[in-house]
Write a protein that binds this ligand. Structure first.
Ligand SMILES: NC(=O)c1ccc[n+]([C@@H]2O[C@H](COP(=O)([O-])OP(=O)(O)OC[C@H]3O[C@@H](n4cnc5c(N)ncnc54)[C@H](OP(=O)(O)O)[C@@H]3O)[C@@H](O)[C@H]2O)c1
Length: 277
């Protein structure tokens, strides 16, 4: 199948236009079968970017991602795997290496496509963190380096510590109802050729029932979620990463791919967000 992609110059490659989140809420081992089936279905339907983190469900999310990749059985190069290091593990080179090794082992992978600092804490040594990530990149253990929950100023600071590569991925909260990055981090990523991963794009379900989205969805024979995700995909550097842990939810998300809202409808949805619900 043809997978819809976007090109990012900082990554130097095409990346799936829609991703799947695996955080958001703790998922128990008793839910493994349903979750695994959902992730495999996402990979089959072209949602080939997976966002995970060492802390998600205490490492269980990475385990399930690994199982899903093996069950799916496609080529490693056809997926883009993002994982994140918890700031408490950004202590020294050894602790950072141990975190990455743990993530790779849980997923059964030799490298991740992007390794992100999950967030900064007041005492995080950003210079040490970024310089160590650069070493891991030079060793081929991470395909690119990224940051999450960063402002433009902090992204700029991180970049000053890099000599051989650059920040290529930024993951922040962005949705129709959380638009703070629209005038700041998103245009910055567009200008710099970085990928912007939009987390919590469904606003944890709060955006599912919405008059304006519903109205446009009926015009296209789509659902409000599909229209909403298509709205994000239309923004050049943005790749939304909704979470869905049930097969039928994933199938609905996949319906956001393969078509485009008209510019007029895109603008209509984006305007008057105060009247969204
Ligand atoms: N970097 C960070 O600091 C950070 C922070 C938060 C989130 N994230 C990432 O972003 C991802 C997404 O954010 P999120 O999980 O907070 O929220 P979200 O994607 O806005 O919403 C997820 C919720 O929507 C539901 N859903 C998905 N598809 C649906 C459908 N077709 N119909 C009805 N409900 C549907 C999911 O249910 P089911 O799960 O039951 O399918 C889940 O309850 C996370 O999983 C994580 O990977 C990153």
């Amino acid at each position: 199948m043809a997978v819809e992609t976007k090109y990012f110059s900082k990554l130097g490659r095409e990346v799936p236009a829609l991703g799947l989140g695996t955080g958001g809420r703790r998922t128990e081992r008793s839910e493994e079968k349903t979750w695994l089936e959902a992730i495999v279905r996402a990979l089959e339907l072209g949602i080939r970017l997976i966002d995970t983190a060492e802390i998600y469900s205490g490492g269980f999310a990475e385990e399930v991602v690994g199982k899903a990749l093996r069950a799916w059985g496609g080529d490693r190069e056809d997926v883009f795997i993002v994982t994140k290091i918890h700031p408490r593990n950004l202590v020294d080179e050894g602790s950072i290496r141990r975190s990455l090794a743990g993530s790779l082992e849980r997923m059964g992978l030799e490298y991740v496509d992007s390794y992100l600092i999950h967030w900064l804490e007041r005492d995080t040594d950003l210079k040490l963190a970024v310089k160590t990530l650069e070493k891991l990149w030079r060793e081929g253990l991470v395909g690119s380096i990224g940051v999450s929950n960063f402002t433009v100023e902090k992204i700029e600071e991180a970049r000053t510590y890099l000599n051989h590569t650059d920040i290529a991925v930024v993951e922040n909260r962005y949705s129709l109802t959380h638009r703070g990055d629209e005038e700041t981090v998103i245009p910055y990523c567009r200008r710099e050729g970085m990928m912007y991963l939009a987390y919590t794009p469904l606003d944890k379900g709060a955006l599912l029932e919405n008059r304006r989205l519903d109205e446009v969805a009926r015009k296209y024979g789509k659902t409000p979620i599909q229209v909403l995700l298509n709205w994000y995909i239309n923004i050049e550097p943005v790749v939304p990463i909704p979470r869905a842990s049930r097969r039928e939810h994933v199938e609905e998300l996949a319906g956001a791919l393969g078509w485009r809202l008209s510019r007029e409808d895109w603008e209509y949805i984006g305007a008057h967000t105060d009247q969204l619900s």
